[in-house]
Ligand binder design. Structure first.
Ligand code: ZN
Length: 142
């Protein structure tokens, strides 16, 4: 079976990290997926998806600090010259993190570690409501 669901996530922007594990897990439950894969994909080019241990040091400080080193907010970006906006760093960070994640589902459960949550990181410079597609492929319960 293939089942596609859309979830909406409110963010504060500016490297806001949101734990979306519960929402993805709900999508898997609703689809009735028992064995297969869920692909979690963020629509748009200024946010990314990955996993982390969702604890304050990492999500409020360490990840932001790492991205600030890789693509500083105050850097000079051709994108901003072209479009006269302020989010060149947002695009670069999102490209490097990547927009999607695949998680194997076994016995109806996401095969995540105990200290591994699925996160959406919004790099844009303002609050956004993000659309995340969860597409489940595999077998459902009989
Ligand atoms: Zn832009």
């Amino acid at each position: 079976m293939v089942n596609t669901q859309e979830i909406r996530i409110r963010t504060k922007g500016n490297c806001d990290v949101v734990d979306i594990t519960g929402r993805v897990s709900e999508a898997v439950d609703q689809a009735g997926l028992v064995e297969g894969t869920v692909t979690v994909f963020s629509v748009g080019s200024t946010a990314g998806i990955t996993t982390t241990e969702f604890e304050p040091g990492l999500v409020n400080h360490d990840l932001k600090a790492a991205f600030e080193k890789i693509a500083p907010q105050e850097g000079r970006y051709e994108h901003e010259e072209t479009w006269h906006d302020d989010n060149g760093h947002s695009h670069v960070r999102a490209s490097l993190l990547g927009p999607s994640l695949s998680v194997p589902v076994v016995d109806g459960r996401l095969t995540l570690g105990t200290w591994q949550q699925i996160i959406l990181v919004d790099f844009d410079t303002r609050a956004r409501t993000r659309t995340v597609i969860c597409q489940m492929i595999g077998s459902e319960c009989a």
